[in-house]
Design a protein around this ligand. Structure first.
Ligand code: E4P
Length: 218
């Protein structure tokens, strides 16, 4: 499973990219708003830092506006993936933009049927929002499992499952087990994947014993 990071913070992206942990980046209007910078500048900067896809989301809600904004966003850099919402017009925009050769990420997906429509519209990515379903007491990971089965049942579907709204290390593990192709993970959660209290405890005791030997490897 590949890792995208879910942030528009270029400092975080640079640090995690240097650690070899970033296969792509996802942004959304809320994440861009947090930077306080123009979307074009932020997306251009991120695209220059990362070889993989960088998702930038349209904000129009009608078909024509989505297509025009998608074309503008895709013009920022070759590795932009245009994000459109899982609405009727969003699926139509996905079809139109995909037909022009653009990578389209269909976002705000909360059901397997929406993912089915996205695949039929030629989406490069489908983004099921696991955490937001869990927030409602539903099982977000079940949607990932359903989409995996549906996509595996039809060889003509080329859409990749991009597990989104990931909130915890448990979500990351469950998404990998459920067969997601990619998880887009907030930087703090990505760092937490390395943490285990028994690793910390074991390391402290190994180093305490090592100190007693008076040895040095170098
Ligand atoms: C994905 O592309 C979205 O930006 C993101 O995963 C949303 O996560 P949230 O539900 O934690 O805001």
């Amino acid at each position: 499973m590949r890792f995208f990071i879910d942030t528009a913070d270029t400092t975080e992206i640079a640090e995690l990219a240097a650690a070899g942990l970033v296969d792509g980046v996802t942004t959304n209007p809320s994440l861009i708003a947090k930077t306080g910078r123009p979307i074009k500048d932020v997306i251009k900067e991120i695209c220059g830092m990362i070889d993989g896809p960088v998702s930038a989301e349209v904000t129009a809600s009608r078909l024509d506006g989505m297509i025009a904004e998608g074309e503008r966003l895709a013009g920022i850099a070759k590795n932009v993936a245009v994000k459109v919402p899982s609405t009727f017009d969003g699926f139509r925009a996905c079809r139109a933009l995909s037909a022009q050769g653009m990578a389209v990420n269909v976002t705000l997906c909360f059901s397997a049927n929406q993912a089915l429509l996205a695949a039929k519209a030629g989406a490069r990515f489908i983004s099921p929002f696991v955490g937001r379903l869990d927030d409602l007491g539903l099982d977000g990971m079940e949607v990932i499992r359903e989409i995996r089965m549906i996509y595996d049942n039809d060889n003509s579907f080329k859409t990749e499952i991009l597990a989104s709204s990931i909130r915890t290390p448990l979500h990351v593990k469950q998404a990998a087990i459920a067969g997601a192709d990619i998880a887009t993970v907030p930087p703090a959660v990505l760092r937490n994947l390395a943490q285990h209290p028994l690793t910390e405890k074991g390391l402290a005791s190994f180093l305490a014993d090592w100190d007693k030997t008076g040895q040095a490897i170098l």
